[in-house]
Design a protein around this ligand. Structure first.
Ligand code: B16
Ligand code: MG
Length: 224
């Protein structure tokens, strides 16, 4: 294992709650019901795809022009940025600071594969941006998760072969993307929503380098 590639939202910090609040505000304005189940479906997908999902769920997919959709996304992002401006290093999910230290001590490269355009700002606020050897720019990609492009790009930026990478995700679309990239997939969450993952942990506090190394060894043995 020469590199570990992290998803951001739901793995490094719990910004899913802030996405929820910001989308809920928009959904209320346009009279579309929006709840936490719906928010689950938006995990890992882009801002544009998220808006489309919300509009489709409310039967409003043809109600807005492209310019109006841009305006709704601008408003959502404005609300979201106000919420994330309060993030501090205390908002790192449990165990993540320890795992980053362990990876640095072992000279294992660290990458970020987040669909969020706000990712660099969030890493700065969490005071961990300098730990990352590569951060993929999602605006430079053609396809979002579950396409493997974001993880393949991270491996290229890190200069590590995909077979030597592990990647950690909390969303189904992300696990599919990791597996299509040919990497060792670690899921954070309920086993049933992490189908295809090579290792599933219930919470980030269970993520240790010792566990990753142990499961990685088993995985390599099985795949030869
Ligand atoms: P933004 P991840 C994703 O982050 C979120 O899970 C998803 O809900 C969001 O729509 C997407 O980022 C885009 O975020 O609007 O900030 O560009 O899980 O890939 O780290
Ligand atoms: Mg995520």
């Amino acid at each position: 294992m020469k590199a570990v590639i992290f998803d951001l939202d739901g793995v490094i910090t719990d910004t899913a709650e802030y996405h929820f609040l910001a989308w809920k505000h928009i959904a209320e304005q346009i009279d579309i019901p929006f709840d936490r189940d719906m928010n689950e479906r938006l995990k890992g997908i882009s801002r544009e795809e998220s808006l489309e999902c919300i509009l489709i769920s409310g039967g409003a997919e043809t109600r807005y022009t492209n310019a109006e959709k841009q305006e709704l996304m601008l408003q959502k992002n404005h609300d979201y940025q106000t919420l994330i401006s309060k993030l501090t290093p205390e908002d790192l999910l449990p165990g993540i600071g320890r795992l980053l230290c362990q990876l640095k001590n072992e000279n294992i490269k660290i990458g970020l594969a987040s669909s969020s355009r706000n990712a660099p700002e969030i890493l700065k606020r969490l005071e961990i941006i300098d730990d990352f050897h590569a951060i993929v720019d999602p605006t430079a990609l053609v396809n979002g998760k579950p396409d493997p492009e974001i993880f393949l790009t991270a491996a290229t930026l890190l200069g590590v072969s995909t077979a030597d990478c592990a990647a950690i995700e909390d969303a189904e679309a992300g696990i599919s993307a990791i597996k299509s990239a040919g990497m060792f997939a670690v899921g954070v969450g309920q086993e049933e929503s992490m189908l295809g993952a090579d290792l599933v942990v219930r919470q980030t506090s269970d993520l240790t380098l010792e566990l990753l190394h142990g499961e990685w060894e088993q995985y390599r043995i099985k795949s030869v």
